[in-house]
Design a protein around this ligand. Structure first.
Ligand SMILES: NC(=O)C1=CN([C@@H]2O[C@H](COP(=O)(O)OP(=O)(O)OC[C@H]3O[C@@H](n4cnc5c(N)ncnc54)[C@H](O)[C@@H]3O)[C@@H](O)[C@H]2O)[C@@H](O)CC1
Length: 492
């Protein structure tokens, strides 16, 4: 399980390390991890380090000392050191024979010329935008050096990114953040390294654990990111005596004249994720994408749902895909059943606020999330963790805020998915996911586990299908890879 930390969590961890007399060692761990990565990235040639005044700059002085003692040609350009540990590690750097020159854009441009690697230790989690103009010139000079061929390794976070935000801060036309080739981050990931344009600024992300008890990190994390080893135990198990009635009866309630493909894709997703029996209930004629799916057309879908006795209700429902204008009323009816239910697409309506029960999963994409919260899609994607938390507060149950990556929220807890492929940004992908989630609910998983496992299975299936289809990936291609994704997770 990987932790996701925000600056508040980092400060709390720092305070705990400080009380334990371990903060100096944590900086040493951090600097050593960066020096190892720098050595791997640039096995020969000069390394240029840029040190800011805070602890991020302190890390840079530790890196410089380790590289120097390995016999490397190391140059350091630094701002005045303000953090006590930065001053300490600057003295240690000088004690081993290192030199420090003042950091200016011109000095940076000169020194970066022949550098095999430039290490950005200007600003980390302590940075608050907007970037002061004095540093904007340094950031611009660093990005210019990179475009002339000097690779950039960022310590903890590329300078100029707000750790909590998926967007790159605005800077009145000036360069506001560093573009890194690799970022070595400590103790846990930061939201900026995971989401949006900010993540694209981070390059490859390497997580370096600090030698502290894992509980100290878990105590301050804002979210978790499960690995496949964490999720594999959630996969439903079957004995040889299993029969279809034990594998979950799933209903897909969706489709409307003109939008009939969506429920079919959800049904396919449910089948491929192991549902025993999948029936599509629709007001329209739904295309039969595979004969294993059963389809029932109801001229009056509301009456059909209202008149379904408790004994005939399914183990799980996925609803909303192409369901049309009456979706909110139909969703209210099904929510009243209190059976495990996935609400997607047209069933994601603001009037359902507070109606979510414990076995209920809402699966908005950013546009739908904006509709539910009365904000803009840009407001959602800027801070997906905060948006997922707000959606869960508003709706109840469990929320999957879809994206690359997706965020799963339940009361007081957030989980971020891994993997996937940009080719999954295509129509129908969310419909398949709804079916996968309903299948897992139908096989007995709780909403939180179904959501975390389901988004990973779906993402893994996308990775597999992308090998053949790349950006031309379709939702049915992903559905057909779900079995392989399942086997991959089981094999971890
Ligand atoms: N617990 C942890 O996770 C550890 C964190 N460490 C390092 O500590 C860093 C955090 O250190 P700090 O809290 O000292 O903060 P930073 O060093 O990230 O930033 C503080 C510095 O940024 C400057 N600054 C802030 N806002 C600015 C703005 N708008 N424009 C220009 N300059 C600005 C401040 O003047 C100060 O010099 C992490 O990013 C990481 O590199 C490591 O030392 C190891 C332990």
């Amino acid at each position: 399980m990987t932790a996701i930390l925000d600056p508040e969590g980092v400060r709390a961890l720092d305070a705990r390390l400080e009380r334990a007399g371990l903060l100096d060692l944590a900086m040493e761990d951090a600097g050593r991890a960066v020096a190892d990565e720098a050595g791997r990235r640039a096995p020969a040639g000069p390394v240029l380090l840029l040190a800011g005044g805070g602890a991020n700059g302190g890390d840079a002085f530790v890196v410089a000392r380790h590289l120097l003692t390995l016999g490397r040609d190391v140059r350091v350009l630094a701002l005045p050191s303000t953090h006590p540990l930065t001053r300490l590690n600057r003295r240690r750097w000088h004690a081993v024979g290192g030199h420090t020159r003042p950091l200016t854009p011109a000095a940076l441009a000169r020194q970066a010329g022949g550098a095999a690697l430039v290490v950005d230790g200007l600003l980390g989690t302590g940075f608050r935008p907007p970037l002061r103009p004095a540093l904007a010139g340094v950031v611009a000079a660093l990005n210019a050096a990179r475009s002339r061929g000097a690779p950039v390794l960022a310590i903890d976070l590329p300078s100029g990114l707000d750790a909590t935000q998926a967007t790159v801060p605005e800077a009145n036309g000036a360069e506001s953040s560093v573009q890194a080739d690799v970022t070595v981050t400590f103790a846990g990931l930061k939201a900026a390294l995971l989401f949006g344009d900010a993540a694209a600024r981070s390059g490859e992300v390497v997580l370096a654990p600090l030698r502290v008890p894992p509980a100290w990190v878990a105590d301050v994390q804002v979210a978790e990111q499960p690995g496949d080893l964490d999720l594999a135990p959630l996969l439903p198990q079957r004995t040889a005596a299993a029969h279809k009635g034990m594998a979950g009866r799933v209903w897909v309630v969706g489709g409307h004249p003109g939008t009939t493909g969506a429920p079919a894709l959800a049904g396919l997703g449910a089948l491929r994720a192991g549902a025993g029996l999948v029936t599509l209930h629709s007001a329209a004629e739904v295309p039969l994408v595979t004969p294993e799916l059963m389809a029932q057309r109801h001229p009056d879908l509301a009456a059909f749902l209202r008149d379904t006795p408790a004994a005939r209700r399914p183990d799980a429902v996925a609803m909303g895909m192409g369901l049309g204008p009456d979706a909110a009323a139909l969703a209210l009816e099904v929510l009243g059943w209190a059976v495990p239910t996935v609400l997607d697409a047209d069933a994601l309506q603001p009037e359902l606020a507070g109606r979510g029960h414990a076995a209920c999963l809402w699966t908005p994409h950013p546009g739908e999330a904006a509709r539910l919260l009365g904000t803009s899609a840009a407001g959602i994607t800027r801070d997906p963790l905060a948006a997922a938390r707000a959606l869960q507060d508003r709706l109840g149950g469990v929320v999957v805020l879809k994206g690359g990556p997706s965020v799963v929220a339940r009361a007081g807890e957030l989980s971020v998915s891994r993997g996937g492929h940009p080719g999954m940004a295509s129509a129908g992908m969310g419909d398949t996911l709804s079916g996968v989630l309903a299948a897992l609910l139908g096989q007995g998983l709780g909403a939180w586990d179904a959501a975390r496992l389901g988004v990973r299975l779906h993402a893994r299936a996308g990775e597999r299908a992308a090998v053949r289809f790349g950006y031309g990936l379709g939702a049915t291609d992903v559905a057909h890879e779900l079995g392989g994704a399942w086997a991959d997770l089981r094999g971890t």
